[in-house]
Design a protein around this ligand. Structure first.
Ligand code: 13P
Length: 268
């Protein structure tokens, strides 16, 4: 077994926040303060209209720009939509797919999420696939079943060799924007479960290399504990990614935590 490491990844999801001018100022600050940072990938998933300013301004080596959504078709009569080709042309590398806010507020089903994920891979982008349970589902004890189903449906038709390019974010819905973070143990358990599910479907190599993030009220204070877990390869950060101080502290914690060896994933 090699000693390859999965690099930590800290992704900010700005949601519907910041104008293009605010983006420029914010990214200039990230450039200044992250210039020498190595050992952690950083992605800022900004609103569509902020993408040109973010790409133009991002200079620090570790910063990459991502989008929060895209349409699965390459072009056509889809008023108000954006394709992967358009994003790529602007220099976007990552795209969030299946965020629970899109599932809940815009009716995105597992079938649509699957189409988007495959379109992102086909367009040579890195999808950040979001999965997670509601509080009712957690209380009913169906978290494991639900997460496995979400992964299975989202990755349907995807080949094992493509899985290493996918990032999966475990975002319990009840922890998003509520200040209620999952305990380190709960987050670790579900992230390990996701890796085991990837192993079952796509094999050991894919499971070893896929990066799995935790998201849901992650902030400068709780990041350290979460990022120390062997199955948590980083974070998808909402509110705390809007403050340069908070976001940079989380990135520094990720650098401290370092990457994890691609150890064999236990068979259940
Ligand atoms: P918060 O960090 O604001 O809870 O949001 C998490 C999230 O939804 C990231 O995609």
């Amino acid at each position: 077994m090699g000693t390859k490491k999965r690099r930590k990844l800290i992704a900010g999801n700005w949601k519907m926040n910041k104008t293009p001018s605010q983006t420029k100022v914010f990214v200039e600050e990230l450039n200044r303060r992250l210039e020498g940072v190595r050992g952690c990938d950083t992605v800022i998933c900004v609103p569509f209209v902020d993408i040109p300013a973010a790409v133009r301004t991002a200079k620090a080596r570790c910063i990459t720009v991502g989008a929060q959504n895209m349409h699965h078709e390459p072009s056509g009569a889809y008023t108000g939509e954006i394709s992967s080709q358009m994003l790529q042309d602007l220099g976007v590398k990552y795209v969030i797919v299946g965020h629970s806010e899109r599932r809940r507020d815009f009716g995105e089903t597992d079938v649509i999420v699957n189409k988007k994920l495959r379109a992102a891979l086909g367009g040579n982008m890195i999808p950040i696939l979001c999965v997670g349970e509601s509080i009712e589902q957690r209380e009913r004890g169906v978290t494991e079943e639900l997460i496995c189903l979400q992964i299975k449906e989202a990755l349907s038709g995807v080949e094992a060799r493509q899985v290493r390019r996918i990032v999966i974010a475990y975002e319990p819905i009840w922890a998003i924007g509520t200040g209620m973070t999952a305990t380190v143990e709960d987050a670790r358990e579900v992230c390990a479960l996701i890796r085991a599910q990837i192993r079952r479907v796509f094999g050991a190599a894919a499971a070893r290399s896929v990066r799995i993030l935790y998201g849901g009220s992650m902030n400068a204070k709780n990041a350290k504990g979460l990022l120390a877990c062997p199955d948590i390869d980083g974070g998808l950060i909402g509110g705390a990614s809007l403050s340069a101080d908070e976001f940079i502290t989380i990135i520094e914690e990720a650098v401290q935590a370092g990457g994890d060896d691609e150890k064999p994933v236990p068979v259940e």
